[in-house]
Design a protein around this ligand. Structure first.
Ligand SMILES: Cc1ncc(C[n+]2csc(CCOP(=O)(O)OP(=O)(O)O)c2C)c(N)n1
Ligand code: SF4
Length: 249
């Protein structure tokens, strides 16, 4: 009998998404849905989408979903997990959401060691609102608020939110990956599995940062966007395990 190598994930709704062609959010939604299915946690998973392009994630992921005000997803996730500790709770956030308005919530959630998982989608801009500079925008990278490129002297440098979260005593597992190539998509899936498993073992705060293309605001083709992640973004945000105290290989 032929081996089935592709199927629609059980927890990904069969609808057309609003994401632009070449956007990374759709790939990441699929990975989250696959992991939920493979770990057989669909009936007890609760997601918390952000304000950002992924604000409608509840229309795509077929698990219980909440919603959070801009930057507050880890705070909302904390509340849900504390009331329902047997659930698997994840926050899904963009870089503007998590590393600008939500910095305080994120760092303190990590520091408290809340047993939740954060999926941090880093596309180096504010996507939904039209491509303004985010804390993660690279020096020299043009954005609508920095048309001549981010200036180190004026704007500071890119903020390493994941490294900051790794410095807290409550964080257990933090890895940075990307979805710009099949190899990196597979690595991202492994990282999401590891983060969810760590939460299932009640180990504390886990976070997967994913470098993700935004061709629309970068004003590049999807192919060039993936190359830019490989050649430029990943040199500033290196793909690596930043912290791993899970005890798992
Ligand atoms: C309190 C508040 N301030 C500002 C906004 C406007 N706003 C909506 S999404 C967003 C940033 C989105 O960028 P990011 O978090 O990087 O996610 P992306 O859209 O790139 O996935 C902003 C500033 C808002 N919704 N609420
Ligand atoms: S604006 Fe960027 S992040 Fe938002 S849907 Fe389009 S490509 Fe994706």
């Amino acid at each position: 009998m032929a081996k089935q190598i592709f199927k629609w994930p059980k927890y990904l709704k069969q609808v057309v998404s609003h994401y632009c062609p070449g956007c990374g959010h759709g790939i990441i939604h699929r990975l989250v849905a696959e992991v939920i299915e493979e770990l057989d946690i669909g009936e007890k998973t609760i997601g918390v989408p952000p304000a950002g392009c992924a604000v409608l994630a509840y229309n795509y992921l077929d698990v219980d979903m909440g919603e959070a005000a801009h930057g507050r997803a880890t705070a909302v996730a904390t509340g849900i997990k504390r009331v329902l500790p047997d659930r698997i709770v994840f926050a899904y956030q963009g870089d503007g959401d998590i590393a600008a308005i939500g910095t305080a919530e994120t760092i303190h959630t990590a520091n408290r060691g809340e047993n939740i998982t954060c999926i941090f989608v880093n596309n180096c801009v504010y996507g939904m609102t039209g491509g303004q500079m985010a804390p993660t925008t690279l020096v020299g990278q043009p954005s609508t608020t920095t048309p001549g490129g981010r200036d180190m002297n004026r704007d500071g440098g890119p903020l390493d939110l994941s490294e900051m979260a790794a410095l807290t005593s409550g964080s257990v597992y933090i890895e940075r990956t990307a979805v710009n190539s099949p190899k990196n998509v597979r690595r991202t899936k492994k990282a999401i599995i590891k983060a969810f498993k760590s939460q299932m073992a009640s180990q504390g705060f886990s976070l997967v940062e994913i470098l993700s293309p935004c061709p629309t605001n970068w004003k590049m083709s999807p192919v060039d966007s993936n190359k830019w992640i490989e050649e430029v973004a990943a040199s500033i945000f290196p793909l690596r395990v930043i912290k791993d105290e899970t005890g798992e290989s």
